[in-house]
Design a binder for this molecule. Structure first.
Ligand code: PAF
Length: 282
């Protein structure tokens, strides 16, 4: 059956409450649209693991900084609806900015400590905006399970910690990164890349997989690993590196020696496009 499209928040909540009343397990996949196979893998997981799947499409203005790409963020609602209609989704929630942030709505969530390093240093209000919108979505769609992609690894930690700290009765499932054949992690922002930049961009995953391979071969020293990763980026003329780091996968603090709890994370610019990626080293 074709998914129901809802844009009114109260109607959304009422529908989920009805489903829960009759014992359905509800799955939630929050997105900002411009859907790709990475999103669809979350949707597939949700439809396989729950009885009633809600996908939200909302480009959340509060998580973009003043000089970021809010205005040009890819929006393609018709295409998104087409893709989702082939996926057994029950509801697509597409609220307006005015509905989610009515005039005078100024409350914001202070995100947990894990929001501070990495993205938090470079995009200071980003996780405040993410935590605020995700909490609002959890209220409007009180799901049993929320599905999030590992590509935004720090985001999954922020949301997981918020859920724990605020006793939110929802399970957060983190789903694996989906990659192009050459390794580039799927991202809506890949659409910004020119053909030449697309070729350059592969160096990001290459650098992280290089760290992973060196660890498998026995290297544990973070400095040595990071130097090699930076060299891989430099070889591809990727000059603007926001960070390449080896951090603890729980609190995201930097590690000097890699162990099974370490994750390699990176954020770089390819041309004007900012890309992030990560790889577990266990
Ligand atoms: O990962 C995203 O697309 C967004 O940060 C999210 C979780 C939908 C909140 O706007």
């Amino acid at each position: 059956m074709a998914p129901v499209i809802i844009s009114d928040p109260s109607q959304m909540l009422a529908l989920v409450e009805d489903q829960k009343r009759v014992g359905k397990r509800v799955g939630l996949v929050p997105t900002m649209g411009a859907l790709h196979a990475g999103h669809l893998s979350l949707v597939e997981r949700a439809t396989n693991h729950t009885d009633f799947t809600v996908v939200t499409i909302f480009v959340n203005p509060t998580q973009f900084g003043p000089n970021e790409d809010l205005d040009k963020y890819p929006r393609n609602l018709q295409q998104d609806l087409r893709l989702l209609s082939a996926c057994n989704v029950d509801v697509i929630f597409t609220p307006t900015v005015e509905a989610m942030y009515p005039t005078g709505a100024s409350t914001r969530i202070v995100p947990p400590e894990v929001a501070r390093p990495l993205e938090g240093e470079i995009r200071p209000k980003h996780f405040e905006g993410v935590a605020t919108i995700v909490l609002k979505l959890f209220h409007l769609i009180p799901a049993d399970i929320g599905f999030f992609g590992q590509k935004d690894y720090q985001q999954t930690r922020v949301i997981g910690q918020m859920v724990e700290d605020l006793n939110i009765p929802i399970e957060v499932q983190v789903c694996p990164i989906i990659r192009e054949d050459d390794g580039l992690a799927l991202s809506s922002r890949n659409a910004y890349l020119s053909d030449t930049e697309r070729l350059q961009a592969v160096a990001l995953s290459k650098a992280l997989f290089c760290i992973q391979r060196m660890v498998q071969e026995g290297e544990r020293n973070s400095n040595a690993l990071l130097e090699t990763a930076k060299q891989t980026l430099a070889d591809a003329s990727i000059g603007q590196i926001d960070y390449v780091a080896l951090v603890d996968k729980h609190d995201l603090s930097p590690v000097q020696r890699v162990d099974s709890k370490t994750i390699a994370v990176a954020a770089v610019y390819v041309g004007k496009t900012r890309l992030i990626d990560n790889v577990f080293l266990s």
